[in-house]
Design a protein around this ligand. Sequence first.
Ligand code: LLP
Length: 421
Amino acid sequence: MDHFDYKGGILHAEDLSIEDIARETGTPFYVYSTATLTRHYQVFSRAFAGLDTLICYSVKANSNIAVLKTLADLGSGMDVVSRGELRRARAAGVPGQKIVFSGVGKTREEMAEALDENIYCFNIESEPELEALSGIAAAKEVKAPVALRINPDVDARTHAKISTGRAEDKFGIPWKRARETYAMAAKLPGIRVTGIDMHIGSQLTELEPFSNAISRLGDLVRELRAAGHRINHFDFGGGLGIPYRRGNAPPPHPDEYAEMVKDMAAEFDCRLVFEPGRMIAGNAGILVAKIIYIKQGENKTFAIVDAAMNDLVRPTLYSAHHDILPVRAAAPDVPERDYDIVGPICESGDFLARSRKLPPLAAGDLIAVMSAGAYGAVLSGTYNTRPLIPETLVNGADYAIIRKRQSYEALLGLDALPPWL
Ligand code: LLP
């Protein structure tokens, strides 16, 4: 569910007309809805009400500090994967004890900073990483709280690029080696084992891969505890899919996911940690673009818009589908036409949607690319020297620019001439 609806024939974000925001900010831009972010966080947290849980929103999905603060104010913790994300989480007021640090390549500097922030847990993905962390912690005369991320070798049945729990993926410690690695961790001077961790992929549309992975890790928890290891928390990662197509059957509801997890985890009597990203931010954001030209090709009609693959790379990178809505609703009886929605970038991969049935479009019209709140702005770049676009946050009838449009001065100013030129 989201808070982007037509009112009086114009697409609104909560109580604000997208046309009004566009008039003030110029196009293209992102719009996020506070009500949707709040609702999604609460749907997830209420599904686990009464249990000892820590929900660590996965910052990578949408890391704008205003989005983080919105969630932090609801009680959310954060899952970070870099020093930059750690700093964003701290800037949003999230206490260290609600932060987990994931990722296969944490540098020593990142580990040191996270130790100084007294984070809740490091999700460790390899033996060398474990040794490095132990060394840094021991030098500081502390013990780093650690969960080992276990690769359960299950197929998440999602897009290959966002599947992370198969043996051939770079993530986690192979489950067959988990006992040895826990034994090694127990002997390291700077490590305090506190839990176990998994994350098998993103945009999962079935529960079975989750339950297969949880079952495999569950067996390990029993064995590890029998061997004397403390497993105080079980981190299930993120990955729950969201509906991208209006009108299609949605992926499992968070309540169904929660029932499955609660059933399987009950015997472990430990804290449950989650790292949802897309589920919270995905449908809480849209990308608004303006049509520059309608171009008639040999056998296709192209709507050339002012947003491009540098602003939203998901369609070309993952063949991802995003619904496209005209900001001004067409009259119901107008026949639809077939459009490719493309950007101005000099690559055929620069498209936002292909072969889409839409009411007749004209230059100057605004369109909304839906479900763009997660892995949208965070994955944007400046290819073709296109400045980063603004992000706005709506709250009822209010809105604010939460990242301003990058200026050409700022963009070009990153370059420097060497002394010989
Ligand atoms: N935890 C870890 C360790 C992760 O690597 C991720 C996502 C999450 C949690 C959050 O997963 P979510 O709940 O959002 O599925 N750029 C891709 C998605 C990459 C996901 C990377 N890891 C896309 O646009 O589909």
